[in-house]
Design a protein around this ligand. Structure first.
Ligand code: ANZ
Ligand code: ZN
Length: 936
C-alpha cells in the first residue's frame, strides 16, 4: 500500500510504522491484516510468542490467561538472561537486597510481600538505566531442621535441600528478576569455610575469645536448650526443670565496636528513624558514675566496698537501700546462713533472663541482714536481694533511689522501704506535701534535701558528687554500654562448626587454613538428646595442628546469626574459591547496598551483627582501598501481613483455629463480615480479630493457592496495592479478586486497541501544540501520571499510589471520544506507557501487552517512560480586567479555568489589590473567555 494512501498526520510521515516494526512494511501490513480481520485466531503459543522477533505477529489472544503468559514470560527472561548481573563500571549500579529466607518448607505471604517489594524496585531501577543486581540465597542452618529431623527421621541436610528446591520453584513462579547464578546456601561448605577462615583470624586478633557463659541445661535430655525451648522453666520436650550451667563459650567482641556502631547510626539517613533508635537503645551508651558503699563491718564481718553503677549520681542523697542481683557475692554470703534467702535466690536463678521481661515482671526481693555505709552521708543502708537487678550489667548491684526510679519505687512501696525525695521538678507539684508518692519522679530537676548540693541542676550535681566521691576514693565517672559481647557458641548440630581444636598440651588451636573447611557431616541421626557431633569420633577425633598429638575437635557450632551477617557480601562473588570476598564487593557495595528490604523483627540483632561483621571484615583488610564502613545505605522495613481469624471453642474453652480458606463468609452491604460458617459442615464459626498471619492462629493464606488460581501478577498486584510497603497489609479475598479484574480490564483495553491495528505512538514534543483540546487535556493527565509514578517508585517507594494513578488514567482513557488517527496515536502512546508503568509490579502481563503493542520489543529493557514537558503546558488565555466597568488591565488564566479559579486569580491580581485596598469587592462579574469586572 503506497504510503500516500494512508491518511496520516505530518509527524507520522517522518516517524512511520515501518521503522517501528522490524521486518519492514510487509510485516506491518500482515499485522494489520491479521489483527483487523482476525482471520487467524492463534491460540496463545509461547513458541510463536509475541516476545520473539518473528515476522508474523499473531493476533492477540482475547482472554487474559495468566498461567500461559507468565510461564512464557519467565521462559523468555530465563533464556535471555534478563536478571543476570554483570559488573559494569560504565553504568551506575543498584544492588537490591532482600533478606534471605530460612528454608522452612514453603513461602509464606510475608516472603511474597518482601520479595515483591524488592523486585519492583529492582525492575524499576533497571528501566531507569541502573545496572541492577538482585540476588537470593538461603539462611539454611538452624534449629527447625533439627526438630523436623527428630519428627520425620530425615537428616537436617536432606530436609533443608528439599525445602530449598521447592521454595526456589515458588520464587521462580512469582517471576522475580533474581540472578540465580549468585544463589548461595549458608549450609554449603564453600560458603561457611570463609566464615571459619575469618573466625580463625579474629581469634588470633583477640576479637573472638573464650570464657564461661550461662546456658539452660536440660538434665533429662542431657542437652543445652535455647531460651525459646524453655517453657515456664521446663524443657520443651522432657518437661524437666531446667538448670543454669556455666560452660566455656566463644564470644565475639562486639563491645570493642560499640562506639563506632553507635556513632555511624547518625550517618544512616536512608534508614527508618525507628530502627536507628532501636539500635541506639540496644547499644545503650550511658554516662554514669561508679559509687562505692563501704561495708558495715559489724553485719558483713569484713572490710570491703560494695560497688554500684548509676546514671544518676545527682540522686545519691536519696538512696535509702542497695539491692544486689541473686548471683552477687553478698547475696551468696548472706544465703549461707539463711535457707529462706537461699530458696529465694534459687527461684531467681531459675527465672528467665530475658531482659525485655525485666521491666514488667513483678518486683520481688528479700533483705540480707547485711548493711553498707552511704559514702557521703554515712547512713547505714540495708542490702537487699532483688530480682530486678541483673548480674550482667554494671556491677550487679544498684543504689536504690525509690523517689526517682520506677523500679526502686515499686520495690520500696511493696516492702515498706523509705522513699526520700531529693529532686524537685521546677514548676511541678511534686513536693513533700504530695508524699506519699503515687509514682517516682524520674526526670531530672533541681537537688533538694541534699545538703551541700541543694539547688544544683543535674549536670552540676553529677560533677560535684563524682568529684566528692573521687576525693574519698569511692567512685568516679564512667561511660558504659548496655551492649554485651556476642556469645556465638551453640551446642547444636545443624550449624557451622567452630574451627578450633583442643589439645591437652597446646590449648585451643585454630584450625589452619589448609585444613578448612571443617565440614559438617550431613549423614546423621538427630535424636534431640545432645549434639550428634559429640557422639561422632570420626568428627571430633583429630591431630593437634601444632604438636601433632591426638586432640579433640570442638563440637559446638556457631549461632546462625553469623552466617546472615555477611551473606550479602558473598553474593558479590559467590564463585570465588580463593578468598572470602574480592574486588567485586567494591563495585556492588560502593556507598553501601542501595536497598535492603526485610522485616522489622530484624531491626536489632541481624542488622547490628551485619554492621559489625562488615566493620570486622574491613579491619581484617578484606575490602582493599574501597573501605566499606556500613553495609546498607537504604533500609525498608516492610509491614506485617495480617488476616482475619476464625475459631471454635471446645467445652474447656480451648480454641480451635480454622483457616480462612475453609470458611464461608457472609458480609453486610458495607463488605464487613457478619457471619461465617465452616465449609465442611455448614455450621457457624466465631469471627476473631485481625491478626498477623501465623501458624498459631492458623490464619495464613497460602501464596501457592493464590498463584494457582489467579497467577503471580495478581498476587503481586494485590500485595502492592493493598497498602504502602512499610504499613501492615490486611488480607482480603475481595481485594485479590479486584486485582485480577483490573488486570483483565487492562488486557481488554489493549486488546480492543490492538484489534484496530497498530500505529506509531504519538511522539509528543512540538506535535502536542496542534492537538485538539480533549487530547491535550488527556495527555496532560498521562504525563502528570508518569511524573507522579516515577516519584512513587523512586523516591517515595509507595507503590499503591502508583497503581491508583494508572487506574485513574485508564478511567480517563475510557472516556476519550476522539476516534481520529491522532487520537489512536495518543491511545498507542498511553497503552505503551501503561505497560511500562505497571511493568515493575506486574511484569508478566506487561511484557505480553507491550509485545502486542510493539511487536518484537521487550518491555523490561525499555527505558521507563519520561515526562513530556510539552504535554504539561497548560494553555493560558487573556481576560480583560475592569474596575467598575473601566478597563484597568488584563488577567492571564489557564484556558480551562472555571469561575472560582478566575475569581481567585482576579483577587490576587495587582489591579484588584490596588483598587480594593484590603476590602472585599461588592461584586465580581465574570464573562467567561472575555472579561472580569470588579465592582467596588
Ligand atoms: C540510681 C538511680 C536513681 C538510677 C535514679 C536511675 C534513676 P542505664 O541508663 O541503662 O545504663 N542499674 C545499674 N546496674 C543495674 C543492674 N545490674 N541491674 C538493674 N539495674 C541497674 O541504667 C543505669 C541505671 O540502671 C542505674 O542508675 C541504676 O539505677 C540501674 F533516680 O542508679 B540508677
Ligand atoms: Zn598440641
Amino acid at each position: 500500500m503506497p504510503r500516500s494512501m494512508i491518511k496520516q498526520p505530518n509527524w507520522l510521515a517522518s516517524h512511520s510504522l515501518v521503522e517501528l516494526v522490524p521486518g519492514g512494511i510487509a510485516t506491518a501490513i500482515l499485522q494489520r491484516l491479521s489483527a483487523a480481520c482476525r482471520l487467524f485466531q492463534y491460540a496463545y503459543n509461547p513458541r510463536l510468542s509475541p516476545f520473539l522477533t518473528e515476522a508474523i505477529h499473531p493476533a492477540m489472544q482475547e482472554k487474559y490467561q495468566p498461567q500461559e503468559i507468565e510461564l512464557a514470560a519467565q521462559k523468555h527472561w530465563d533464556a535471555s538472561g534478563a536478571a543476570r548481573a554483570i559488573e559494569d563500571e560504565s553504568r551506575p549500579k543498584y544492588y537490591c537486597l532482600s533478606m534471605f529466607p530460612y528454608p522452612s518448607g514453603k513461602l509464606h505471604m510475608g516472603h511474597v510481600r518482601n520479595y515483591t517489594i524488592g523486585d519492583v524496585l529492582a525492575r524499576f531501577h533497571a528501566m531507569q538505566g541502573f545496572n541492577v543486581m538482585q540476588p537470593m540465597g538461603w539462611d539454611a542452618f538452624g534449629m527447625p531442621a533439627e526438630n523436623a529431623a527428630i519428627q520425620n527421621k530425615v537428616p537436617p541436610a536432606q530436609w533443608t535441600y528439599a525445602n530449598i528446591d521447592y521454595m526456589k520453584g515458588q520464587l521462580k513462579r512469582l517471576g522475580f528478576a533474581i540472578d540465580w547464578d549468585r544463589e548461595l546456601a549458608t549450609c554449603q561448605p564453600d560458603y561457611y569455610r570463609w566464615e571459619q577462615w575469618l573466625f580463625t583470624r579474629l581469634y588470633e586478633k583477640g576479637l573472638i575469645y573464650k570464657r564461661l557463659g550461662t546456658v539452660n541445661w536440660d538434665p533429662e535430655d542431657q542437652t543445652v536448650l535455647a531460651n525459646e525451648q524453655v517453657i515456664d522453666g521446663r524443657g520443651w520436650r522432657s518437661g524437666a526443670l531446667i538448670e543454669k550451667r556455666e560452660i566455656p563459650m566463644y564470644y565475639m567482641k562486639i563491645t570493642a565496636y560499640a562506639d563506632e556502631l553507635l556513632a555511624d547510626l547518625d550517618r544512616l539517613d536512608g534508614w527508618p528513624e525507628q530502627v536507628r533508635l532501636m539500635q541506639k537503645n540496644w547499644i545503650g551508651k550511658s554516662f554514669g558514675c561508679d559509687v562505692g558503699f563501704p561495708y558495715d563491718v559489724e553485719s558483713i564481718g569484713a572490710e570491703g566496698v560494695l560497688k554500684v553503677y548509676t546514671t544518676r549520681p545527682d540522686t545519691l542523697m536519696g538512696a535509702t537501700y542497695v539491692a544486689v542481683a541473686a548471683e552477687h557475692a553478698l547475696a551468696t554470703q548472706a544465703a549461707a546462713g539463711n535457707p529462706e534467702l537461699r530458696a529465694f535466690i534459687e527461684e531467681c536463678l531459675r527465672g528467665g533472663v530475658a531482659e525485655a521481661d525485666m521491666a514488667t515482671m513483678e518486683k520481688k526481693g528479700m533483705p540480707t541482714g547485711l548493711f553498707v555505709i552511704h559514702p557521703l552521708n554515712g547512713e547505714k543502708l540495708p542490702v537487699w536481694v532483688a530480682n530486678y537487678v541483673l548480674m550482667g550489667y554494671g556491677e550487679g548491684a544498684v543504689m536504690a533511689v525509690p523517689a526517682h526510679d520506677e523500679r526502686d519505687f515499686a520495690f520500696a512501696t511493696k516492702y515498706g522501704l523509705e522513699i526520700r525525695m531529693v529532686i524537685a521538678s521546677p514548676g511541678n507539684a511534686y513536693d513533700e506535701v504530695t508524699a506519699p508518692w503515687n509514682e517516682a519522679y524520674a526526670e531530672v530537676g533541681v537537688c533538694v534535701n541534699s545538703g551541700k548540693y541543694d539547688g544544683f541542676e543535674f549536670q552540676a550535681a553529677f560533677d560535684a558528687v563524682a568529684s566528692d566521691l573521687a576525693a574519698k576514693g569511692l567512685g568516679a565517672k564512667r561511660t558504659q554500654f548496655r551492649l554485651r559481647d556476642w556469645g556465638i557458641s551453640r551446642q547444636r548440630y545443624w550449624g557451622c562448626p567452630i574451627p578450633i581444636i583442643h589439645c591437652t598440651d597446646c590449648g585451643d588451636v585454630p584450625v589452619p587454613d589448609e585444613q578448612l573447611p571443617v565440614v559438617l557431616p550431613e549423614d546423621v541421626t538427630v535424636t534431640g538428646a545432645g549434639s550428634p557431633l559429640a557422639k561422632m569420633p570420626s568428627f571430633y577425633e583429630c591431630a593437634c595442628p601444632k604438636c601433632g598429638k591426638p586432640a579433640r575437635r570442638e563440637t559446638d557450632t556457631m549461632d546462625t546469626f553469623v552466617e546472615s551477617s555477611w551473606y550479602f557480601l558473598r553474593y558479590c562473588c559467590p564463585d570465588n574459591d580463593q578468598a572470602m570476598v574480592d574486588e567485586r564487593v567494591a563495585y556492588w557495595c560502593k556507598g553501601g547496598i542501595d536497598q535492603y528490604i526485610g522485616g522489622i523483627e530484624h531491626a536489632i540483632l541481624h542488622l547490628l551483627y551485619s554492621r559489625f561483621w562488615t566493620k570486622l571484615m574491613r579491619d581484617v583488610g578484606l575490602f582493599g582501598a574501597e573501605a566499606l564502613n556500613e553495609p546498607f545505605a537504604q533500609l525498608l522495613t516492610q509491614g506485617m501481613v495480617v488476616a482475619p481469624t476464625f475459631y471454635r471453642e471446645d467445652a474447656s474453652g480451648k480454641k480451635d483455629w480454622i483457616n480462612p480458606a475453609e470458611v464461608e463468609l457472609t458480609s453486610d452491604e458495607r463488605g464487613r463480615p457478619v457471619a461465617a460458617v465452616l465449609r465442611a459442615d455448614g455450621l457457624p464459626v466465631v469471627i476473631g480479630g485481625i491478626e498477623k498471619m501465623s501458624k498459631s492462629r492458623n490464619n495464613g493464606v497460602d501464596p501457592q493457592a493464590l498463584i494457582d488460581q489467579f497467577g503471580a501478577d495478581t498476587a503481586r498486584l494485590f500485595i502492592m496495592f493493598a497498602s504502602p510497603p512499610d504499613q501492615s497489609l490486611e488480607w482480603s479475598d475481595a481485594g485479590v479478586e479486584g486485582a485480577f479484574r483490573f488486570l483483565k480490564r487492562v488486557w481488554r483495553i489493549v486488546f480492543e486497541h490492538v484489534s484496530g491495528g497498530l500505529v506509531a505512538a504519538f511522539p509528543g514534543g512540538e506535535a502536542s501544540e496542534q492537538l485538539p483540546e480533549e487530547l491535550k487535556t488527556f495527555r496532560r493527565q498521562l504525563h502528570q501520571a508518569i511524573g507522579k509514578i516515577t516519584d512513587d517508585y523512586g523516591r517515595r517507594k509507595q507503590f499503591n499510589t502508583a497503581i491508583a494513578a494508572v487506574m485513574e488514567l485508564l478511567n480517563a482513557y475510557a472516556k476519550l471520544v476522539d476516534e481520529s488517527a491522532t487520537a489512536r496515536a495518543v491511545r498507542q502512546e498511553t497503552l505503551e506507557a501503561v505497560s511500562l508503568l505497571l511493568y515493575p509490579i506486574v511484569p508478566h502481563v506487561c511484557e505480553a501487552l507491550y509485545a502486542e503493542l510493539r511487536p518484537g520489543q521487550m518491555a523490561g529493557v525499555q527505558p521507563f517512560p519520561k515526562v513530556d514537558a510539552a504535554a504539561l503546558v497548560q494553555d493560558e488565555i487573556e481576560l480583560m480586567l475592569q474596575v467598575n466597568g473601566k478597563l484597568r488591565g488584563s488577567l492571564r488564566v489557564p484556558a480551562g479555568a472555571d469561575k472560582t479559579a478566575i475569581e481567585a486569580a482576579t483577587l490576587a491580581s495587582e489591579v484588584a489589590q490596588k483598587h480594593l485596598a484590603g476590602k472585599a469587592p461588592r461584586k465580581l462579574v465574570v464573562v467567561p473567555g472575555r472579561l472580569v469586572n470588579i465592582v467596588l
